[in-house]
Structure formats: C-alpha cells, structure tokens
Ligand binder design. Sequence first.
Ligand code: KIV
Ligand code: ZN
Length: 532
Amino acid sequence: MTKTDTDRSPKANKDHVLIFDTTLRDGEQSPGATMSFEEKLEIAGLLDEMGVDIIEAGFPIASEGDFAAVSAIAKQAKSAVICGLARANFKDIDRCWEAVKHARRPRIHTFIGTSPLHRAIPNLTRDEMAERIHETVTHARNYCDNVQWSPMDATRTEWDYLARTVEIAIKAGATTINIPDTVGYTAPRESADLIRRLIAEVPGADQVIFATHCHNDLGMATANSLAAVEGGARQVECTINGLGERAGNTALEEVVMALKVRHDIMPWSTRIDTTKIMNISRRVATVSGFNVQYNKAIVGKNAFAHESGIHQDGMLKNAETFEIMRPEDVGLSETNIVMGKHSGRAALRSKLNNLGFDLADNQLNDVFVRFKALADRKKEVFDDDLMALMRDSAVEQANDRLQVKFLRVICGTEAPQSADLTMSVDGVDRQVTATGDGPVDAVFNAVKKIFPHEVDLQLYQVHAVTEGTDAQATVSVRVEEDGKIATGEAADTDTVVASAKAYVTALNRLLVRREKSAPNSDVKSVSYRDVG
Ligand code: KIV
Ligand code: ZN
C-alpha cells in the first residue's frame, strides 16, 4: 500500500472545509461538455493554483482518453490530492489506481448505488451489496491510504441500510465518506440532519471526514451543501459554474463565497484564493461550451452590474449599499481601456490579462490578427467581443478535421438561398454550392454535401454579444448522433459565418467523441451510471 500525504486529520480541522472539485468528472459528464486532453490539464492546473484541496480528475476506466488525462493530471499536480472515480469492482479500482498512483497525493473514490432503485440495477440483495462494499473498499485500501467511498443516491436510501453500509466502508478502511444527493432530491434541513445523524450513530464516524455531494435539480444544491456543513460535513463536492448533468452540481464559487461573506454565521474557512474565481469560470465556460447564464450568482455577467438609477446612485455614494462583496474579491477588475482599430498589441495583452487570459507571444500574435479584423468591422470592441474572440481562438484548433475556409451566401426575398462554401476536410480543400430554405439552411446543406453525415440538430441559437447593428452574433449549435451530443459556438459580425463555424465546431467535437468510443480502444466507453 502506498502511504500518501493525505488530508489534514478530521479532528484537527473542525473549522476547515475541504473543497473537492469534480468539474473534470461529474461536470464533464454533462451531455456536450466534453473537454480535450489539453483543456483538462489546463483546468486542473488552475484548480490546483486556486487552492482546491481535492481534484476529481476523471473516471479512468471510462475511456483511454479519461485514463490518459487522469494520469497526466496526477503527474502535474503540485498541491491538490488527485482523485479518480471507480465503480465497485476490482477492474475499475485497478485501473483507477494505475492512473492516480503518479500523484504525490492520490485518492481512489469508489461508489455503488445503495437506494432500492439503484440496488435493483446490479440485482444484488442487501447482504450481497454489503459484502461487495467490504471487498472493494478493502481492495482500494490495499493500494492507497486515501480512499473515498460513496453510497450513490444516499438521500433516497433507507436509513438503516445507509448506516450499515457506511459502517462497513469505514471498517474496511475508507477515510472519506461522501453522501451524494444524486438526483437533487433533498432539502437543507434534511441534508444537515442526515450528516449529523450518521456522525452521531455510526460506529467509527468520528475517524473519517464526511463529504456532501449535491445536484441542483430543485435549485437547492448550494443550500443543501452548506446545510450539510452545518451538520458536520467537512468536504464539499462541487464544480466550477455548477457544471454537471441535468441542472448541474453545487457551484464551487457559490459555496466558497457564501462561507467567506457570511463567515459571521458560517464560521468555516476554505483554502480557495477567491480572486481566481472569474478567470477559471471563464475558462470552464469556454472549454465546455456551456455559457454562464447572465444572472448566475457570483460569476454571471450581471452579478455585479447595477442598472437602475436608484442602485447606481447608491453605488456611487457607497458601494456597500448594494454590494455584499467586492468585484475584486472574485477577480473582476474594471479597466478603462477602450479597444478599437488603433489599439496595439500591448493594450490587447493588458486587456486580455484583465479578462483572465495569459497568452504566449505566438498566441497573442494570432489573436491580434483576429482582433484587428474585428476592429475593422466594429467601432468599439467591448470585453464581451474579446471573450467571444477568445472562445473562437480556443475552438479553432489546428488539428480539427473540418475547417471553414471561404463562404459566400446569396440571399434575397426569393427562395431558394444559396451558399458557396470551401471547407478543408483532413487538410484537403473542397468547394460546393448548395441551396436551402434560408441562408443558414443553405450553409448547413453545403457542409453536408462536402462532408456527408447524419446528425440530429437539437439546438440552433443566435444572440448578439453586444448592442448595435455592427454587433457580433454568437451562434450556439447542439448536435446528436447515436446518443452522443456535441456543442459548438462561434462569434462573428456576420451571423451566417458564425453559424457555419459553430456547426463545424460541433461536428469536429462529435468526430472526437466518435474516435474516443471506437471499438478498438481497450476499454469500452462506460458511464458511471452503468453500475455493475
Ligand atoms: O451524483 C452522484 O451520486 C455521483 C457519485 C458517483 C458520487 O456523482
Ligand atoms: Zn454527482
């Protein structure tokens, strides 16, 4: 068994709440949020730097890609514990250990669904499942002295069985017991009571850390997590921007800022450097393709905006009139640099730094060319325009199989509209003309003619990034093929060009996902819901 530099002992840290980030595992599982290997490494680096205690880096048995990302994150981690997920079987646990063992502080997280509905899936009796929990936690402990165990759907598990399984896991050597509210069903008082009762009644509970893992189906994930802390949990599991399946997971930024701002009534601290929140929030939005809603707490575009006259007047006299935290506390800084076609590289670099982008010289050169092209078409380039530009730079990767090279659309009052498109496919340029019912339909038909495919277009959405007739449009597209979902987003002052790029980005991502689950990979792609 490997001895690791594990968490601080539960007894010594009653005032500290460990932050366990699962953006790269539970977050990445939300349909369409797939991140590339490089993107996962970058996000893990940012999480480590901001002071996250434990990073759940992925689910190593799910695919070769997941395994490679977890191993690489384990190797690069400086301070955080690196955790991998494994179902309750030896094969998953072996694979998980192979990936996390490179970390200075590895953790194996193994789980099984304990509620009646989840027990029915592997078709185990209560006793058989209890035996399985004992064997698998023991197996994980033979590798590593930092083992987390979760009874999935704990909040819908019968009390006596939940208490029994938690006791078994503790006896088998689990060091953290996580209590998931898998379907976002619990409510704050119940969440606090459940943890309190487990700590009070399960033998050995005082020797482990209790964690809370909430989903946001009823909009109560943050409240439920904070209530669990009141009940005695000392690890909160969460994701950046609340990314996650369905309504998402508990948002890291909400829990951390609530504990900071209301320390008077919730006297627990975290190690998070809150000034890094905005930057990582933007990066996660960009790489996952999941935009943050404007009025999202802490990281939404409007979270610190004051529009009404009364609010603005109050703010000018004393910011505390309407602000309970300062924008700088979460890493938002206002600069007065107005960007336009006369702005140079230095101004662009400084502006992008303020927006959280730290670019190498060659990257800056590339963005500068795009910025100049945009500034030629727009009088003023706002922060949102730059964010959209950066999102475009991130998605247009040199190794994308499909790339839009040239597009001209002829439209008018008479149908059909036609699109003249040149696109490169695996490095070879192809050109076609196609017609359609409207300019966007014509463009999508042209893409299909060049690269024949059958996908279901689930979402096509346009919104203006800023105001005015020269505003850029951001187009979001979601496509589906055999249950695999991919999203694409692109911005341009021309809506049709943005549509073409967004569609092609989604197709490129779908192609990556197709390759990931190709039958020649050793381990077939699995979901953690396929419990067995
Ligand atoms: O929601 C859940 O139950 C999970 C478990 C794997 C911890 O994500
Ligand atoms: Zn979850």
